[in-house]
Design a protein around this ligand. Structure first.
Ligand code: DLL
Length: 441
């Protein structure tokens, strides 16, 4: 049941600021955060010194380009507390996601950071039509992943009835949607499609049996075709929402019901688009790599964090009245990170598992597919010459060890196919490690 389009705004003072006022606010906040990072985080001080940049050199937003970048590998190398800019006792929350090897990356939040993030999520939910009258079923995973807790905090701040379902157990999800009369659903878009398809298979008619009016869907790339399918399956409005652990979870940017790009919470983060090769900033409208600087975070502020997500920024006016710049859909990545069932997966993590398993060779191919709206991962791995002569029982043991380790290091189940030595094609250049057969529709 689609609700009438609303243009309610959670915090118009900031979301509808004039460009001049926003620039002044961002500049002031940027100067403070740069000074704070320089004084409290040794790697930022070292990098700024190496570039010959002092905090007082940052006077305008154009000066951002003089600051050093931050990479996911920095979070891994400084794991767990090296990037904290406040004493550990001031950190009240840890969230995390996968890093480029088995080691996770973590982000620390002060109470202020948690409150800011909750407001960002509340802004996103409000933009999708949520009010205190609503019942919000949160079907993102709860835990270190920011999806569940992020939307939960946002919905609670609005005063909506919040249902912390977490992900999984789809029939039960549907029973709760129906029995509680949830009006909003939040989960990954692929899971939402699966919920919609399962509800149909269970004989439910979303128009009469469910009360859903809208939802916030993100954490993985999706397309306009997927939106159309999802909206048709569940008979509601599906809005895109973006975020990342390193900056803040869901709510860094979000779509309003105009569905024409995601409004960036610019009073808290400054977005840039850069050319991933030259690392030079690109003007609005160009497609390139998205980079964020946080300007209100205390626990672990980030200067010029390279997301490796590719998109465009659009500063044209939006009919909703918000004046914040909008991000287009994420159209790809500049690195090899895959998102499989909402989990960030780097081929190097799988490789780190394979080298630790006796009898497995580090020659592998990841085959990613999507069956019935659910992602699947097959890891084809060569057994090494020594493993090859082994018995069937030994091969089974190798397969199980790889499967268990991948589950514990990467966090997802994979099908393991052992193949004969020298059968995975070798490449003279960059090895081709991934075949992604998923069509996003
Ligand atoms: O995925 C936070 C989140 C939770 C966002 C729930 C939206 C909803 P991470 O696990 O750190 O955080 O993964 C961040 O996921 O760099 C993108 O590559 C991808 N991503 C997140 N949102 C979107 C989106 C959460 N709307 C990484 N569209 C990011 C495309 C997205 N990709």
């Amino acid at each position: 049941m689609k609700a009438p389009k609303t243009h309610a705004i959670y915090n118009p003072e900031y979301e509808c600021m004039s460009r001049d006022a926003m620039t002044a606010l961002q500049t002031e906040r940027l100067r403070q955060v740069v000074r704070h990072e320089y004084d409290h985080v040794p790697i930022y001080r070292a990098r700024m010194d190496a570039k010959g940049v002092r905090p007082e050199d940052i006077r305008t937003l154009d000066d951002l380009r003089h600051l050093p970048f931050t990479e996911k590998t920095d979070l891994r190398d400084q794991f767990p507390f090296g990037l904290f800019a406040v004493p550990k006792k001031d950190i009240v929350r840890i969230q995390g996601s996968s890093g480029t090897t088995g080691k996770p990356i973590v982000a620390g939040y002060t109470q202020h950071d948690v409150d800011v993030w909750a407001e960002m999520a509340a802004r996103a939910l409000t933009a999708a039509g949520c009010t205190a009258e609503d019942i919000v079923q949160v079907s993102y995973g709860y835990g270190l992943f920011t999806g569940g807790l992020g939307l939960h905090q946002g919905a609670s701040l609005i005063g909506a009835m919040t249902v912390p379902m977490s992900s999984g157990n789809t029939q039960r999800q549907i029973m709760m949607l129906k029995e509680l009369g949830a009006t909003m659903l939040c989960c990954t878009p692929s899971y939402a499609i699966y919920i919609g398809e399962t509800a149909r298979e269970m004989g439910l008619d979303p128009h009469t049996d469910l009360k859903l009016k809208a939802g916030c869907f993100g954490a993985e790339p999706w397309t306009e075709e997927m939106r159309m399918r999802l909206e048709q399956l569940l008979d509601f409005d599906a809005c895109d929402i973006y975020g990342l652990t390193e900056i803040a979870g869901p709510g860094v940017s979000f779509e309003c019901l105009e569905k024409n790009g995601m409004h960036v919470n610019e009073d808290h983060v400054i977005p840039e688009i850069i050319d991933p090769v030259t690392e030079e900033p690109l003007p609005y409208g160009s497609s390139g790599e998205l980079v964020f600087t946080t300007i209100t975070k205390q626990g672990m502020p980030m200067l010029r964090y390279r997301t490796h997500d590719i998109c465009r920024l659009d500063a044209s006016p939006c009919a909703c009245g918000r004046t914040t710049v909008r991000m287009g859909r994420i159209t790809g990545r500049t690195d090899d990170m895959l998102i499989i069932r909402g989990v960030n997966v780097f081929p190097s993590q799988i490789e780190s598992v394979l080298v630790s398993v006796k009898g497995a060779a580090p020659h592998y191919l990841l085959v990613v597919d999507r069956e019935h709206s659910t992602d699947s991962l097959e890891v084809q791995v060569e057994i090494d010459e020594s493993g090859f002569s082994d018995t069937v029982a030994d091969l089974e043991h190798i397969r199980n060890e790889i499967k268990d380790k991948i589950k514990s290091v990467v966090g997802i189940s994979a099908k393991i196919t052992l193949v004969n030595p020298h059968t995975i094609p070798r490449s003279e250049g960059k090895a081709k490690r991934v075949i992604d057969k998923r069509k996003l529709v």
